[in-house]
Design a protein around this ligand. Structure first.
Ligand SMILES: NC(=O)c1ccc[n+]([C@@H]2O[C@H](COP(=O)([O-])OP(=O)(O)OC[C@H]3O[C@@H](n4cnc5c(N)ncnc54)[C@H](OP(=O)(O)O)[C@@H]3O)[C@@H](O)[C@H]2O)c1
Length: 242
């Protein structure tokens, strides 16, 4: 029996697509037969595959986000992947602002801008978060705060966009072998393996995704645990009141 890949023929936008996990997601989607991959990038980017369209996209630039939403006619899947992580101390207010601008307001702005497209397609959003969203990494306090806030954003968006038929996924990844963790002396998973696991989980309808051996230890306890139960109870309250 021939089975069709769920991403075959789909249109996808990935932010931060020029390197690291974003680049690996582009390649995995092309491999799986995506019809069009919009590669959002702050850097000039070319790709040999004609299915890739580069979008100049700094996720903190409102004008570029608006322009991207006008350029893209249809969209099945938005992957909010762009992120920053720098190790300033928690007392550095500018660092906190910078992390929130990219890691929280970035996914917020993209999701708002592409909500009409995703509603039409009954599509999906994938927010690339981190295990630091659920347990703060004190060596990267601003990063952890921003990813925790982005997890809350993800939960709210998940409940609110359900009425539009749009699914919202969180990727709660452990260390990935990219520039971001170049100086971190821990075991890391190759971005290609993470990209594959993320898309497998999205295809399976998994909402909270633990895509590497480190994070995967939490899969079962998280799925049946009190945080998920509370999230579902809160979503049910929304349904009662609207
Ligand atoms: N690496 C890890 O261990 C790890 C673990 C868990 C989660 N994550 C998450 O995975 C995602 C990808 O990270 P990575 O590991 O691939 O890191 P990376 O190699 O440092 O890549 C980060 C990407 O984000 C882009 N970016 C940064 N600020 C941006 C902005 N304002 N607008 C648009 N793009 C921007 C970068 O573009 P430029 O090239 O222009 O800077 C780059 O493409 C991030 O959300 C990160 O938090 C990473």
């Amino acid at each position: 029996m021939v089975t069709t890949d769920p991403f075959s023929g789909r249109t996808v936008l990935i932010t931060g697509a020029n390197r690291g996990l974003g680049q690996a997601l582009v390649e995995e989607l092309l491999h799986r037969g995506a019809a069009r991959v919009y590669a959002g990038s702050r850097q000039p980017l070319t790709h040999p595959d004609p299915r890739v369209t580069t979008l100049p996209l700094d996720v903190t630039d409102a004008a570029q986000v608006t322009a991207a939403a006008k350029t893209v006619a249809d969209l099945d899947l938005l992957i909010n992947n762009a992120g920053i992580s720098t190790p300033e101390p928690l007392g550095d207010r500018e660092s906190l602002d910078r992390h929130l601008a990219v890691n929280l307001y970035g996914p917020w702005a993209l999701t708002q801008a592409f909500r009409p497209h995703l509603t039409t397609a009954h599509g999906a959003v994938v927010n690339v978060l981190s295990l630091a969203a659920i347990a703060s990494l004190p060596i990267m306090p601003a990063y952890s705060v921003s990813k925790a806030a982005a997890l809350s954003l993800t939960q709210a968006t998940r409940a609110l966009l359900a009425a539009d038929g749009v699914r919202v996924h969180a990727v709660l990844a452990g260390p990935i072998d990219t520039d971001m963790t170049r100086d971190l002396p821990v075991q890391k998973t190759p971005p290609e393996a993470v990209a594959h696991a993320v898309l497998e989980a999205v295809a399976a309808g998994t909402e909270d995704i633990f895509p590497d051996p480190w994070s995967a230890q939490l899969t079962e306890s998280w799925a049946g645990g009190p945080v998920r139960k509370l999230e579902q109870d809160n979503a049910a309250l929304l349904a009662q009141l609207t």
